[in-house]
Design a protein around this ligand. Structure first.
Ligand code: C2O
Length: 352
């Protein structure tokens, strides 16, 4: 069977306690979970831009939205605390269903790609409403792009540190997009590398890093992710114990990149979504999921299984209330009105 939408007010119930991940906004009490009906929704276009190409005007807008989100009290579902703890709840054995033994786990299975797509979608709607800009869209960190000219797309984009016009030597530690726990070595222009979970190993040859990164993109997206299930991850149905096997790109480069960026926050399931760079990392993954469908090889479409397509998750909507949404409504980016800026996908053609 597909997963029904979990009730977030039951977070942590297995331990009969309110765990660190469980923020229970007071606004939720007694209200039923709303249902996001895609067919009736009039959605504004969200044009998601490559983070390394942003200008100051956009960065300031995103900073402002994040400032407002961070200023909300914890007992508001739209708050930064409630947002990152929602990710935490979905992956640290916090969400149980009545009469079911096992908690819901959204990593290491076919739920991984859709859960994160929907999380970005609702997170973005909250930010947009906070600044009253209906077209606000999250930027994406174009990490698969190994272009060899500055600003390097595969370095952590400067936007997560500071405005572009400010000196790269002067970190703006008051930026709402800054996270003090990042690894010092993930600071741009250092190139991200996909090979290891040990961050900050000396990498004296950036050209080699680029070649290795491009090869891994090809290996994971084309060869290892050759079918919908290999790309998506293991079959995982309501009632199953989680951890059914990672999809190709979830395993690498996605997982090592978490540790490479910020081993203290992003390197843990608990606090991964508490670094704004998380949303850029996952924006690109979401874009690559779409690109994957166009790559050479056998059938590259959606996982057709109804238990996958009909699984539902619960998030917070732009009013801070619980809203559930179904995977199948989010498989077509055109339908949800999300569009990614065109960038070079050179590794697709050259394999390098
Ligand atoms: Cu929920 Cu990048 O992981």
């Amino acid at each position: 069977a597909p997963f029904p939408p979990p009730d977030l007010t039951k977070c942590g119930m297995a331990y009969n306690s309110t765990e660190i991940c469980c923020i229970l906004p007071t606004s939720l009490s007694g209200k039923p979970i709303k249902k996001f009906e895609i067919q009736h929704a009039h959605l504004p276009l969200r044009f998601r831009r490559a983070a390394h190409l942003l200008d100051d005007a956009f960065i300031e807008k995103y900073q402002k939205a994040m400032e407002l989100m961070r200023a909300l009290p914890d007992n508001d579902g739209r708050s930064w605390n409630a947002q990152w703890r929602l990710h935490c709840a979905y992956c640290n054995n916090h969400l149980y269903y009545p009469d079911h033994e096992f908690p819901l786990e959204i990593h290491q299975s076919w739920l991984f790609l859709p859960w994160h797509r929907l999380f970005l979608f609702f997170h973005e709607r909250i930010l947009a409403k906070l600044i009253g800009d209906d077209n606000f869209a999250l930027p994406f960190w174009n990490w698969d792009n190994q272009n060899n000219t500055e600003p390097f797309p595969n370095a952590l984009p400067w936007a997560y540190y500071n405005n572009v016009s400010l000196s790269p030597t002067a970190l703006n530690k008051t930026s709402s997009l800054w996270d003090p726990d990042r690894n010092p070595c993930s600071k741009p222009p250092r190139l991200v590398e996909f090979q290891t979970f040990i961050p900050c190993l000396p990498r004296p040859f950036p050209d080699l890093t680029r070649i290795q990164n491009a090869h891994m993109m090809w290996t994971q997206m084309v060869s290892a992710g050759a079918t919908p299930l290999l790309m998506a991850g293991g079959e995982y149905r309501f009632g199953d114990f989680g951890g059914r096997g990672m999809g190709a790109v979830e395993g690498r480069p996605h997982s090592p990149m978490h540790a490479w960026t910020n081993v203290r926050d992003m390197g843990t399931f608990r606090a991964a979504a508490s670094d704004p760079a998380f949303y850029g990392l996952h924006g690109n993954l979401d874009r690559l999921w779409e690109l994957w469908k166009t790559l050479p090889g056998k059938y590259r479409g959606e996982v057709a299984d109804p238990d996958y397509q009909n699984s539902e998750f619960t998030y917070y909507d732009e009013d801070g209330e619980q809203i559930s949404a179904t995977i199948k409504d989010f498989l077509d980016l055109k339908k949800i009105r999300v569009q990614y800026e065109e960038v070079s996908n050179a590794w697709v053609d050259k394999g390098t």
